[in-house]
Design a protein around this ligand. Structure first.
Ligand SMILES: [Zn+2]
Length: 106
């Protein structure tokens, strides 16, 4: 269990992922990936901060930023479209002296 979480943390430090991509990469069910992500989001020892690129409605462009849960909504509350991009996750390293400065891609 702890090992999988460590693997996830390493992956998330390298690039951004959707839960589905992580699921494929490590062979863990998508639901479990979200459980791990929820833990990682609350962890202070991951070398940075879990950053979430929100799910966006492909039909109207609505972004779903304020979510209590990490899972995407099943459909858009604005236009009711079910075509949403999945949220992406990565770990943004804490900025330190001499460290490369991270630029948000959103
Ligand atoms: Zn919409």
């Amino acid at each position: 269990m702890g090992t999988i979480r460590q693997t996830l943390i390493t992956l998330l430090q390298e690039q951004s992922w959707t839960a589905k991509e992580i699921s494929r990469a490590v062979g863990v069910r998508e639901k479990e990936v979200y459980d791990h992500l929820a833990h990682i989001a609350r962890s202070s020892n991951i070398g940075g901060k879990l950053v979430i690129t929100p799910s966006v409605c492909k039909a109207c462009g609505q972004a779903f930023k304020k979510r209590d849960r990490l899972t995407p909504p099943s459909r858009c509350f604005r236009c009711k479209s079910e075509s949403l991009t999945p949220p992406r996750f990565h770990i943004q390293p804490f900025a330190g002296p001499g460290k490369h400065r991270w630029v948000e891609d959103l």
